[in-house]
Design a protein around this ligand. Sequence first.
Ligand SMILES: Cc1ncc(COP(=O)(O)O)c(C=O)c1O
Length: 428
Amino acid sequence: MNNRRSFFRKSAAIGLGAFGVNSLFNELHAADFEEAEKLWDAGSGSNEDYWSVIQDAYSASKSEIIILNNGGVSPSPLVVQEALEKYNKQAAQGPSYYMWRVMDKGREPLRQRLAKLAGCDAEEIAINRNATEALNTIIFGLPLQKGDEIIGTIQDYPNMIQAYKQRQMRDGVVYKQLSFDFPIENDEQIVKAFADAVTPRTKIIHVTHIINWVGQIMPVKKICQMAHAKGIEVVVDGAHTFGLLDYAIPDLECDYYGTSLHKFLSAPVGSGMMWIKKDKIEKIWPLLCNSVPQGKDIRKFETLGTRSFCIEQAIGEAINFQEGIGTKRKQERIHFLKKYWAEQALQIPGVRIHTSLKPEYSCAIAGVSIDGMKPEELDSKLFKDYKIHTVGINWENIHAVRVTPHVYTKISDLDRLVGALETIAKKA
Ligand SMILES: Cc1ncc(COP(=O)(O)O)c(C=O)c1O
């Protein structure tokens, strides 16, 4: 794209918070996004001129290392970095005033904006620090009795597995884990496995919306419908889907939901969100004390003590950035990037892909392996010889290198990955 205005223009004055007309996003990106929009060829996931504008908005796109572990934690675009710096500098002038009297006023507008992005009521959103905090609060807050059963899987995230195991040890609940052989391109098979494990004592089903190890999209809504028909509630781990897949949380039909905002939303590290269906808020105990623990106000989950309101407020610019692109477009682009490298990798003798390439069953994440090579060996070779950062997964029945592009990933980065896989596979 020629004559593009630079994203890295320094902003002059910094205005009234992330959602005002003087937001940093408006200072830094609005004009460029407007120009980029003209280049957008509707329906195309591969409009490189458009995407180069987005890539330029991330300093990570200029990193010497090619970052393909965005499933772990993602970099923020420059506008979010600058917002965080701005709030940190302001707080440094006197956190008890600037955090507790000034930035504190930004929490309700932020809740509203998060709710709009999540397609839900703001009174169902609590802002916290990550998916672990959100989901552990729910898991430990559920009023379960000895003998009550919970169904999860061995492919869920360890922090949630451990939370249920602790409840098992302390409260005598029964935690059962299914196991799946991913990829599975059959929703009914997954729903049936959960349904078959249900007993009259089952109270909770825990579902990871996208399985972090290998990228499988789970049929959350169908599982919820099956569960609700049997009077069972569903907890959803949305760590890998919020800001990536285009959905409204209530449309999942779950009862409880937690996510991190520092993954696909690209908000600052240490930002997260919890959603609880309105009529269930009252019965969930907060993990950290609150004066009205059995109250109906979702804010009872926000008595987290002294923490950085700067991080929280900078989430606002991540929302502006997300809305500048649009979640649907982002989902299609990231799926396109995954397919771009994975389809080529599939043609290389000795290379295996462990993830469905269909958009119903996966988006950003795909697992790859080379015959005769351990995931950790491939991961370390990619980094040592090609400066490509991925992650080697050895979890239960999943053994692969996890590759996760993000919206700032360049086609040339993926070409380097495919070339590296070709060379490595030839020598293996
Ligand atoms: C599926 C899933 N759930 C939860 C988490 C926890 O996220 P956080 O470390 O931000 O709490 C992760 C982290 O990668 C994850 O992959």
